[in-house]
Design a protein around this ligand. Structure first.
Ligand code: GLN
Length: 547
């Protein structure tokens, strides 16, 4: 079958969950045996979200090929298990950069370069994934960030209008709107939806399917009203009620026939509804996992989305271990030797979060010391791992001034620094190690055991003792100190096979004290939780059982 295109846009307000709906559509089509990809177009000027403050955009999600992207790509991967690439995350900045570079190169032969058609053509090219020949996809789902009517999203809407015309039935437009509930009137209001659709129609786009985001159930009469005001079939008005877990969304959408409506619009026989057994089994486990395990996230961004993939990885690993991971944010900027006992009281485990810059690092070091000396399961991720190393250097090896060259370029004990070896493997020009690199696990280490734990679900993903994990950092463990560390009990449990950069450290004498230079959270998915998170949670549970 030739490739079909699904465009997902949103109206009324932002944060309606377009990412989750796009991911759910992907999942449902996959369950019917189709090959799918999902891509996100963001209307801001930044070339990529890498430099965006997490307070504005939440976490930066990193693809295997080293692209710093929007956190929605994390949803796409967790829901569908597909591996996204740099071609799945596009911004206005990148579109303009391509066009301007081409113009400088003289490719336009002296023509005046304009938003229409040059920018819109470049958007269309990317929506059609013209650079990705040979992908053999059945469906390309394109989510456009922002809301209808934003000045900056106008070129994207124009591109969709043109593509719908060009592709005919091979394209479907899904529009997501908000249906507010007015408490005083005890009424749900569909007017904003009507206005949003009108605005879309004004841009020449007639949506095929409406997904109404609502806190209350919409009855058929309401759906019928929306259908008739918006020129949409009744069966194409789907509601997305608030649910306790985002992972319930695909089955809710399936029950309402969202995937069937898409197929019908395109003219593909709908066939039987797939059972989605593994997914439903996961949901069943999620519903039953009520026993709570308390885990602290020590970080500097007090915002749910800033550590999205870590949160989801812990949640998923919790569910597969039959517990509900209750996550408590602990602000590392306010964490001191005096209050750490109080702050981390009753925690079964502690995650020391990634980050950049000095702010809040001393608090992370305090946390690392507290959990190390009390044998509380601890998982340090990227900067978190580096802080475990610095704490060990200061308090066990006795290098009181130990630091990372990132925080103190003149420290005589640069246990974390920029390494010569890393230059041979990082891309030309960039100093940041980004994307997936191999890590050879040290046989017999706790980390190796975690990866190879007898779990048939995981064995296909992680072959033997070499794993591939994603990175996003500039500094590394300084190998000059490795002997001293190992002599005192902090071991290298995994390293890059050629450059010998330390990828994992652990203290084998403790229950679970592991730090990874990479970000395992980016590769946890609903059906394949990451083995390190699985093992970490297991050890947190064991700890509480003994207490
Ligand atoms: N700031 C550290 C580095 O660049 C760690 C980065 C991170 O935690 N992602 O090495």
């Amino acid at each position: 079958m030739n490739t079909k295109y699904i465009f997902v846009t949103g109206g009324v307000v932002s944060s309606l969950g377009k990412g989750i709906i796009s991911a759910s559509i992907g999942k449902l089509l996959q369950a019917r045996g189709y090959k799918v990809t999902i891509q996100k177009f963001d209307p801001y000027i930044n070339i990529d979200p890498g430099t965006l403050n997490p307070y504005e955009h939440g976490e930066c999600y990193v693809t295997e090929d080293g692209m710093e992207t929007d956190l929605d790509l994390g949803h796409y991967e967790r829901f569908t298990g597909i591996r996204t690439t740099r071609h799945n995350s596009i911004t206005t900045g990148r579109i303009y950069k391509t066009v301007i570079d081409r113009e400088r190169h003289g490719d336009y032969l002296g023509k005046t370069i304009q938003v229409v058609p040059h920018i819109t053509d470049e958007i269309k090219r990317r929506m059609l994934r013209e650079d990705e020949q040979g992908e053999d996809l059945d469906f390309v789902i394109t989510e456009v960030g922002g809301t209808i009517g934003d000045i900056e999203s106008a070129p994207f809407m124009e591109a969709i209008r043109q593509l719908r015309w060009q592709l005919g039935r091979n394209a479907v437009c899904v529009h997501l709107t908000y249906v507010p509930y007015l408490k005083a009137a005890d009424e749900l209001k569909t007017k904003p939806t009507q206005h949003s659709v009108k605005e879309l129609q004004g841009m020449g786009i007639q949506p095929d399917i409406l997904v109404l985001r609502t806190e209350r159930h919409l009855d058929d009469a309401m759906r019928l009203k929306v259908a008739s005001f918006c020129n949409v079939d009744l069966e194409c008005v789907v509601q997305s009620e608030d649910v306790p877990s985002i992972y319930e969304v695909p089955v809710r959408m399936q029950r309402q026939g969202l995937d069937a409506a898409i197929l019908r619009k395109i003219g593909i026989p709908v066939g039987e509804t797939p059972a989605m057994l593994p997914w439903n089994r996961f949901l069943e486990k999620q519903r039953r996992a009520t026993r709570e395990v308390h885990i602290a996230l020590v970080g500097k961004y007090d915002l749910q989305d800033a550590y999205k993939s870590i949160r989801e990885s812990l949640n998923l690993a919790g569910i597969y271990n039959d517990v509900k991971a209750r996550l408590h944010f602990v602000n590392s900027e306010q964490l001191t030797a005096d209050n750490v006992a109080e702050q981390l009281k009753d925690m079964a485990g502690v995650v020391i979060c990634p980050g950049f810059g000095r702010r809040g690092i001393e608090g992370k070091i305090v946390a690392a010391e507290y959990t190390r000396t009390r044998d509380i399961p601890t998982f340090g991720i990227c900067l978190g791992m580096q802080m475990m190393v610095i704490e060990f250097a200061r308090n066990v090896l006795g290098y009181k001034d130990a630091n990372s060259a990132e925080m103190d370029p003149d420290t005589p004990h640069n246990v974390i620094d920029m390494m010569e070896e890393q230059k041979s493997i990082t891309e030309m020009g960039g100093t940041m190690r980004l994307g997936a690199y191999e890590c050879e696990l040290v046989p017999g280490s706790k980390a190796a055991e975690a990866y190879t734990a007898d779990n048939s679900q995981l064995s296909t993903l992680y072959s033997q003792l070499t794993v591939r994990e994603r990175h996003r950092h500039r500094y590394e463990f300084n190998n000059r100190y490795l002997d001293a560390f190992e002599h005192h009990g902090m071991m290298c449990a995994g390293c890059h096979p050629e450059a010998h950069l330390v990828e994992i450290v652990e203290i084998p004498a403790l229950k679970w004290y592991i730090g990874t230079q990479f970000h395992p959270e980016y590769s946890s998915t609903v059906l394949h939780p990451h083995p390190l998170f699985m093992d970490f949670i297991k050890s947190c549970i064991d700890g509480t059982a003994q207490a």
